[in-house]
Design a binder for this molecule. Structure first.
Ligand code: ZN
Length: 245
């Protein structure tokens, strides 16, 4: 089995896959490499496009089956090529892609939302299972879980949400400082492994510190370190019920 040969046109030795298959030849491959072959075709075309096209369409008429097959293969090949190019372009132009998608979304949000709903319906197993698996792993990390729950709470209480910023921008402590603070107040049995059985509790509860913006004093009071403590879930729920009544 021949693995490479020298092109009679460019004189370069190339792997056999760089040659077109052709039954008439000794090893079943043309002696001129694909690249040279395509270059010859291109230059013939450029010399006299009309004659080239006539010849080519005549050949196609006489060899319908092969022509169709070739066209099919070429389309398949180009598809990969085009898709690869598109992928590359998208990777290099993330901002443009984002802007275009955003524009497209805003031009008809209902249509896009409907499409998303339909996609999710069709791919329920995929999207649901994937998301669940992802969340399970992600939030098994106490850091992420703590950060996420603060993020959600803060977003909910502010009229405009966190406006796309991290909750850390609105407080004067870091995640590590918060963790240390909570650890210092752990009741017997509390660990980061069983975070979820205990909650982060606001000593002066959020309902007594109503605020709409992070610039308000109530917000600072609510989220100050000395207003936060770990509390067993059951006690936290009891506290909530007591306040509600
Ligand atoms: Zn060549």
């Amino acid at each position: 089995m021949i693995t490479s040969q020298t092109c009679t046109k460019c004189g370069i030795e190339k792997p056999i896959n760089d040659y077109k298959k052709c039954k008439g030849y000794k090893f079943g491959f043309q002696r001129i490499c694909r690249e040279c072959c395509n270059a010859i075709k291109r230059s013939n075309y450029l010399k006299d496009p009309e004659t080239y096209n006539k010849k080519s369409s005549l050949w196609q008429q006489q060899n319908r089956a092969r022509a169709n097959e070739n066209a099919r293969i070429s389309r398949g090949k180009r598809k990969d090529e085009v898709n690869a190019y598109k992928r590359m372009w998208r990777a290099e132009n993330k901002d443009k892609v984002k802007a275009t998608r955003r524009k497209s979304y805003l031009s008809n949000p209902q249509k896009h939302n409907q499409r998303t709903v339909e996609w999710k319906k069709k791919n329920r197993a995929h999207s649901g299972a994937y998301h669940n698996a992802y969340c399970k792993v992600y939030y098994s990390q106490p850091d992420k879980k703590l950060s996420h729950s603060i993020s959600v709470l803060m977003n909910r209480m502010l009229q405009k949400g966190k406006e796309g910023k991290s909750w850390r921008k609105y407080v004067d402590y870091s995640l590590d400082e918060l963790k240390t603070h909570l650890e210092n107040k752990f009741l017997p049995g509390m660990t980061w492994e069983n975070y979820g059985e205990w909650h982060v509790d606001h000593i002066v509860p959020r309902v007594l510190l109503p605020c709409l913006s992070h610039t308000e004093e109530n917000f600072s009071k609510c989220w100050a370190l000395n207003n936060l403590q770990p509390l067993w879930k059951i006690d936290n729920l009891k506290k909530g019920a007591r306040l509600a009544s």
